[in-house]
Design a protein around this ligand. Structure first.
Ligand SMILES: NC(=O)c1ccc[n+]([C@@H]2O[C@H](COP(=O)([O-])OP(=O)(O)OC[C@H]3O[C@@H](n4cnc5c(N)ncnc54)[C@H](OP(=O)(O)O)[C@@H]3O)[C@@H](O)[C@H]2O)c1
Length: 263
């Protein structure tokens, strides 16, 4: 029997590309997102283009954590056994502290942190009952250090990364592997509006690299590993005075002036 993967946020970008990549590698797929019609189109494309493929879909809003607890085991029951759960659903958005639209920060934390935690939690319950499995949490290099204009996004990803670290220790003896994947810039709708996207790779290339890391069962890695392992090291270790100097060049004029007044 083929291995089975459930992916949240599978209707676009990395989740969608990972679905195609895993199907190409012989995996069966349970795909979740809010846009059921898009998932059905993806299901048709994968099943018609990949001999032996099987795809099930479920409409799921990860902000509804009770629905997550029901949907993951329900999707799993359609296959009998699931090997891999990828908590990938996420949103982005730019906002500066003190601006209007605090609701955006709330939404980012709700989806990227609480929604992902609920997904991971459902995976732990599922895999404890089935004797083991693999959970992947999709974080971001933006979680390595707080990025101005993306404070909530950075916090959501740093928070998820720390949560995954704790869960990993809790479940290792239950035969459950926990992988943290931190993508760099992957060309998807989440960042297509950004002026600067260093070291950009296509969604297909990102998914291929992510699938390699997943199949190797790594604990934690950026995607792609190079150059983000080196950049990540730099981001984490750059002295504060240099970090803030570089980051303040990224600020729009108003914040820049405010930041200068404070120094
Ligand atoms: N692209 C990058 O450069 C990059 C870098 C670092 C990390 N990431 C992370 O990678 C993940 C995927 O992002 P992406 O780049 O592929 O973005 P994307 O193309 O915008 O895809 C986001 C996916 O998440 C789903 N989603 C959003 N809110 C949801 C919710 N409340 N419930 C369920 N599904 C939801 C969307 O589906 P529906 O709208 O149909 O629900 C969509 O399938 C995110 O966690 C993102 O933070 C991306």
């Amino acid at each position: 029997m083929s291995k089975v993967a459930i992916i949240t946020g599978a209707s676009s970008g990395i989740g969608r590309a990972l679905a195609f990549e895993l199907a190409r590698r012989g995996w069966w797929l349970g795909l979740c997102a809010r846009r059921g019609d898009v998932l059905e189109t993806i299901r048709g494309e994968i099943e018609s283009g990949t001999p032996g493929a099987r795809v099930e879909t479920a409409i799921l809003d990860v902000n509804d954590t009770a629905a997550v607890r029901e949907a993951i085991p329900e999707l799993a029951s359609r296959f009998g056994k699931v090997d891999l759960l990828v908590a990938n659903a996420g949103i982005g958005g730019e906002r500066f502290a003190g601006d209007d639209r605090f609701a955006l920060d709330e939404a980012i934390i709700r989806t990227n942190l609480l929604g992902a935690m609920a997904t991971v939690d459902a995976g732990v319950k599922l895999f404890r009952a089935s004797g083991g499995g693999h959970i992947v949490g999709v974080t971001s290099v933006a979680g390595f250090r707080g990025l101005p204009g993306h404070g909530a996004y950075s916090a959501s990803k740093a928070g998820l990364s720390t949560y995954l670290e704790a869960v990993r220790a809790e479940v290792e003896r239950d035969g459950i592997t926990v992988t943290t994947l931190a993508p760099g810039y992957i060309d998807t709708p989440i960042n297509s509006h950004m002026k600067s996207r260093p070291f950009l790779v296509t969604a297909e290339k990102g998914a291929e690299r992510a699938a390699d890391l997943i199949e190797r069962g790594v604990r934690s890695a950026p995607v792609p590993v190079f150059p983000w392992n080196a950049v990540g090291l730099l981001m984490r270790n750059l002295p504060d005075f240099l970090w803030y100097r570089v980051m303040q060049t990224q600020l729009p004029r108003r914040q820049d002036a405010g930041a200068r007044r404070r120094t």
